[in-house]
Design a protein around this ligand. Structure first.
Ligand code: FPP
Length: 297
């Protein structure tokens, strides 16, 4: 299992501390900035067991627009408010990493040029307008996907937004842009082969292990996601982080992406905390039973 790289982990920031009537500091419970609905859900969570990395497949923009007899692009435009709310809430509760599947490689090939052009403009506007908010929330921006295939102007925007947030030490927000998990694996194999050519040839390749593969993925700056959220009810991974999601808990909500807000994210985390993660092993009760049985001979 890929472990958290110490260098990529943000430093935790303290929650609001609350004083009771006698002025004695109470254990802080709700982080600053959550609205009433979010605070209500957050109080049910165990802050010690928050996911370290949440990945989201944002889906349902088109259906959201269709239900309102609006063009598809109206759904994408409305999706930006959902991005904003989700990112801010995740940062406020100190989730170390959030990855959003914004545009898949397939999106370029299978959608009309006018929609793709609109998505590009929307992304550019978001990257330009959002930097102050990202900085206020101590969020560092990263990307995964074949950036070199995106329009040059967009690449420049991406680079300057990344640079402008590079000093932040809080949540890492990774946007998957022109991303495909299979392409990522192809790129990782190519990168491993190039490393082998520079360093030991075939012997280098023979000794490849999971950690080496992780180091050649686009996500080498991130721990594997603990939780993957998909909106709009579809039960698919759609070529998203196929290697990294091996042990992730999957949470599918019927909410369409433009309607998704911070409190929906907290609902997903609450559901995640109810699950028992076994990584292919046994739960504690079964384990104790086997240990006791072995001790009895
Ligand atoms: C899926 O909905 C969504 C997308 C392909 C684009 C995601 C873009 C945004 C949420 C807005 C901009 C993002 C950023 C980061 C600024 P769909 O069109 O496939 O919906 P459908 O399945 O209902 O047709």
């Amino acid at each position: 299992m890929k472990q958290l790289a110490a260098a990529s982990l943000p430093t935790p920031t303290p929650c609001v501390s609350v004083l009771n009537q006698k002025g004695i500091a109470l254990q802080a419970t709700v982080p600053a900035g959550l609205d009433r609905k979010e605070a209500e859900i957050y109080r049910q969570l165990d802050p010690a067991r928050l996911p370290k990395h949440i990945a989201i497949i944002m889906d349902g923009n088109g259906r959201w627009a269709r239900r309102r007899h609006m063009p598809r692009i109206a759904g994408h435009r409305a999706g930006v408010a959902a991005v904003r709310s989700t990112v801010e809430t995740a940062a406020r509760i100190h989730i170390p990493a959030l990855t959003l599947y914004a545009f898949s490689e397939e999106n370029w090939k299978k959608r009309p040029k006018s929609e793709v052009d609109f998505l590009m403009r929307l992304l550019s506007r978001y990257l330009k307008g959002e930097v102050p908010t990202l900085n206020q929330n101590n969020i560092r921006l990263e990307y995964i996907g074949r950036q070199q295939e995106l329009p040059e102007a967009v690449q420049e925007r991406m680079a300057s937004a990344r640079e402008a947030t590079a000093h932040n030490t809080g949540m890492v927000l990774t946007l998957a842009l022109n991303y495909s998990a299979r392409t990522e694996l192809v790129d990782a194999f190519r990168s491993l082969a190039q490393a082998a050519a520079r360093n030991g040839g075939i012997d280098h390749l023979i000794n490849v292990d999971e950690e080496a593969v992780c180091q050649h993925l686009y996500t080498r700056h991130l721990p594997d996601p603990d939780l993957v959220v998909r909106t709009s009810g579809e039960m698919r991974l759609s070529n998203f982080l196929l290697w990294q999601l091996a042990y992730a808990e999957i949470y599918v909500t019927p909410t369409l992406w433009p309607d998704f807000r911070g409190h929906h994210l907290l609902d997903g985390i609450a559901e995640y905390q109810k699950r028992e993660r076994r990584y292919g092993g046994l739960n504690e009760e079964h384990m104790n039973h086997h240990v006791a049985k072995a001790a009895r001979g």
